[in-house]
Design a protein around this ligand. Structure first.
Ligand code: 1GP
Length: 240
């Protein structure tokens, strides 16, 4: 890849080109099915994200290696913790969970990541990460011991995202939680977009084309989809 990941985000935002990341959770991904999985995802996929709230040690490296081998798409780590950092990827979302007040996920894991990041070529993307209640208990809330923000607290969500930008985050990620019953609402996306200038990522519970388009038209620069393709692929495999 000649262009750096972050400049691709900025270019896309400037030209209104919408980005689509498919999230692969190494814990449930079948490495043998990599090529087939990549055929099943949308042709307009721009990024592969790899990560999960809890992933068996060593599994991320195997999945990233298999994806690198089979695809030219940029691979971005979306790690639940420091054990999921793998330097074969192109970049890493350096997530600070600003919706919560657990120091471990605000700064603790980050400090522990530095010895690894210092000697890797991963492009680090500082990301303000906000968990917003998606109508279902989420792994992020469970693992981090934090509460999701209430979707009705729009001003608090906007202020939190803005605080992230002022602290130096380069991306904002609005997360409803993997498999959420309700994705982040258009009004939340629109309100955050009006306030922040950095690229806006939205994920959690987005399953249909119309939900995807709604997120884009409300102002998401990138949408992240995981569960729907995980399930579709399992179905394809079962039907064989
Ligand atoms: C989860 O935002 C991502 O971290 C994707 O969510 O699995 O619900 O698509 P889904």
């Amino acid at each position: 890849m000649t262009k750096k990941l972050y400049s691709l985000f900025l270019d896309a935002a400037a030209t209104q080109t919408k980005l689509l990341a498919i999230l692969i959770d190494p814990d449930v991904f079948s490495i043998e099915g990599t090529a087939k999985f990549l055929q099943e995802i949308p042709t307009n996929t721009t990024h592969l994200f790899v990560g999960g709230s809890t992933v068996e040690e060593g599994k991320t490296a195997m999945v990233v290696a298999a994806l690198k081998e089979a695809s030219n798409l940029p691979i971005v780590l979306f790690p639940g913790d420091v054990s999921q950092i793998d330097e074969q990827a192109d970049g890493i979302l350096f997530l600070s969970l600003l919706s919560g007040r657990n120091p471990e996920y605000l700064i603790g894991q980050h400090v522990r990541a530095v010895p690894i990041l210092r000697v890797s070529n991963l492009e680090v993307l500082p990301t303000a990460y906000l968990l917003i209640d998606g109508g279902k208990s989420s792994a992020v809330a469970r693992v981090t011991g934090t509460d999701a923000m209430l979707p009705t607290d729009v001003q608090l969500i906007v202020d939190t995202a803005k605080a992230g930008e002022l602290l130096g985050a380069k991306l904002i990620y609005l997360e409803a939680g993997s498999g959420a019953a309700t994705p982040v609402s258009e009004s939340i996306i629109r309100s955050v977009k009006e306030e922040v200038e950095i690229p806006l990522l939205v994920g959690g519970g987005i399953r249909t084309l119309s939900q995807l388009q709604q997120a884009y038209s409300a102002g998401a620069d990138m949408v992240i989809m995981g569960t729907v393709f995980e399930e579709q692929f399992k179905q394809v495999e079962t039907d064989k």
